[in-house]
Design a protein around this ligand. Structure first.
Ligand code: CA
Length: 423
């Protein structure tokens, strides 16, 4: 991998090296949101960059003078690539550098990340959540259907998913209110109503789509790359007690729709190329429309941190409760996109498709509490002496993810949320 220096300082270990250049939207005070690109501890303001004419030969200025990325997403891979190369050129110091930005009053183009409030950078029209980790599906099968086959008959033949709720997708740092609803504890004869007592997380990665497809015209797996812009961390907060009572026979509903947290920065698929791998072998071989060739697995290291209110008060650092990797996923993004459109469904720029819980093969690598504590039977021991089967009010959960090879680091930042009491 080539070595590239930026004239904007990038601290060692930063998620936002010049190899990354992820897209987000930020606001200051009560001002309108601007689109931006993260570099080190700074944000390069794309609104200002476009207004200065530095992107005029690539696309209309208006594309970057709005608070969401949807117009940019609609333009497709050739424009994404040109824009990415231009931004890298404006920030690099070597012979490939474009010195025009550096020659201007740079204070007009950069904002400290600590001085900005990040907002959801995309108007997300539709949100789908898959179920593509074999280990996760096996674990949940064992927990929910202890006497049957852990994997349902269809699991190895298609990427199972459900349509989620786009309007409750929130950005890193947004409080998550404990949902109320119906739940029927084991052994009881009737459901009761109240705050969920089995509030959980799901560690996932989601992709944001680019150009859509016309109604009735599926996206072939071989064309998926043209339609996938970039990736974010996703926490699919889940109320297991509400879920367990409502999910049969149509799947998740109110147990999932109350909140989904995403990380603020969309990491371009192009930035992840050096970390692309051949996915696991699929047996049986999928039907022809689901056959996707190429390096569709990505070596992304993922961690989940938990800090309780008591730990925070005592000055105890967040505790890492899970470490796993995205590369183990059974169904790939290309297959998910091919499957979701095979019936002719129209997909639009800015849709979100989440992977499903990412669980590895060892208990320390499970991506949810229901697996980590095996349905609450084996609570986690926290620093400070507390135990956790599921989340308590005041708990903060933070997802983090990154790819790394020597000095070459491409990170996702974080997706964090603190549980507030039920209303
Ligand atoms: Ca999920």
């Amino acid at each position: 991998m080539p070595h590239i220096e930026s004239w904007i300082p990038v601290p060692r270990g930063s998620d936002f090296s010049i190899y990354n250049l992820p897209y987000g939207a930020f606001a200051r005070g009560i001002g309108a949101a601007h689109l931006g690109v993260a570099i080190g501890t700074q944000i390069l303001d794309l609104h200002a960059l476009a207004s200065a004419g530095l992107l005029d030969d690539i696309c209309d200025r208006g594309v970057f003078q709005q608070p969401t990325l949807n117009a940019f997403l609609a333009l497709g891979r050739a424009v994404w690539r040109q824009t990415r190369l231009r931004i890298a050129a404006l920030l690099r110091t070597d012979d490939a550098a474009d010195g025009r930005l550096r020659a201007l009053d740079v204070s007009k183009f950069f904002v400290e990340q600590s001085q900005a409030r990040m907002v959801v950078p995309v108007a997300i029209g539709d949100y789908v959540d898959f179920y593509s980790s074999m280990q996760h599906a096996t674990n949940l099968g064992k927990i929910f259907r202890p006497n049957g086959e852990p994997l349902t008959e269809n699991w190895r033949h298609l990427p199972i998913g459900y349509h989620g709720r786009a309007s409750t997708i929130v950005i890193d740092g947004t409080p998550v209110m404990r949902p109320q609803g119906q739940r029927k504890p084991p052994g009881s004869s009737a459901p009761t109503f109240g705050p969920s007592t089995r509030l959980d997380i799901e560690l996932e990665i989601g992709f944001i789509t680019g150009p859509g497809n016309r109604l009735g015209h599926p996206i072939p797996a071989a064309k998926a790359r043209e339609h996938i812009f970039g990736l974010v961390l996703v926490n699919d907060w889940s109320a297991r007690d509400i879920q367990a009572w409502e999910y049969q026979p149509l799947g998740p509903f109110l147990g999932k729709s109350f909140a989904t947290t995403i990380s603020p920065w969309i990491v371009p698929l192009d930035a992840l190329d050096p970390f692309a791998l051949t996915p696991p072998v699929q047996q049986p071989e999928p039907l022809p429309y689901l056959q996707a060739h190429g390096r569709w697995a990505y070596d992304i290291h993922l961690e989940v941190d938990l800090q309780s209110a008591k730990m925070r008060k005592a000055g105890l650092a967040p505790q890492t409760i899970s470490r796993t990797n995205f590369k183990e996923m059974y169904w790939t993004m290309a297959q998910q996109l091919a499957h979701v459109t095979i019936n002719g469904t129209a997909m639009r720029p800015g849709d979100l498709y989440a992977s499903g819980t990412i669980s590895g093969s060892t208990p320390e690598s499970y991506g949810s509490f229901i697996e980590l504590t095996w349905n609450g039977e084996r609570p986690l021991e926290l620093a400070g002496g507390e135990r956790r089967a599921f989340l308590e009010d005041g708990d903060t959960v933070t997802l983090r993810g990154w790819c790394e090879a020597g000095e070459y680091r491409v990170g996702f930042g974080r997706a964090s949320g603190t549980i507030s009491p039920a209303r």
